[in-house]
Design a protein around this ligand. Sequence first.
Ligand code: PBG
Length: 303
Amino acid sequence: MTETHLSPAHLVLPLFVQEGAGQTPIPSMPGQARLGIEPLLAVARRALSAGVGGVALFPALTDALKTPRGEESLNDDGLLQRTVRALKRELPELVVFTDVALDPYSSDGHDGVVIDGRIDNDETVPLLAKMAVAQARAGADVVAPSDMMDGRVEAIRRALDEAGFQDVGILSYCVKYASGFYGPFRDALDSAPRSGDKKTYQMNPANVRECLREIALDEAEGADLLMVKPGLPYADVLRFVREHSTLPIAAYHVSGEYCMLKVAAERGFLDYERCLLESLLCLRRAGADLIFTYGALEAAELL
Ligand code: PBG
């Protein structure tokens, strides 16, 4: 009588990469670390053999490489590009998602270019398109713009096609809210906004009707998959988006959601494994075809 199923192929494991051979634990995300390329390959190999659907990469750069326009994101020998190449060389069948947004590269800690204290949408879009092409050149299977600028899906699609990457997909963070649940992620990358907040480009948590406009734009611009983020607190939004688009829908069980489960379990108040699998099943029930979760490896091995 079971109506909904969860399997490892539904899960995508986000991974943080850093320079060097070692790894650095992330205090607010127990069990997660920023990984050098070698340890990252080992985790990715485990994820692949557990049947995980893919990995999503986020680079942690030193402040010295961060600039207002994030030029390091275009460096073919930059950390992210080297990581993608290593993954595609060692594990060619593992699907690699790369994140398109300025924040890991931005000295302002914003997803777009900051001009006179404003995040400038139209100055940012061409930079995102170039970033996506650089990621595709390194071997990314799917680029995932998480920046929430308007018009970037179309610009990215056109730039990828012109560069010969017609087969690289676009997972658009279509419905991404300005959320407090991203706190531990920003600790992991040291990428919190240096001033202001992200409310001029990310969505207002009070809104759901606005999703219809975001969906219409992303579909018309050529997105292949749509993301709803965060996960469980927005399960109603996920269901709404599922019912208003024919595209596959991904949900992001974000860093704060992972943190809540892990920390409660560390204190002995929750059964982590049980609550993780239940959370992921709930996201599937609410309509997710794919789930980004830091628990992907644990869940896949349990399943
Ligand atoms: C930013 C980005 C964020 C996350 C993924 N990409 C944070 C933000 O918008 O500040 C959050 C993921 C998480 O919390 O797990 N481009």
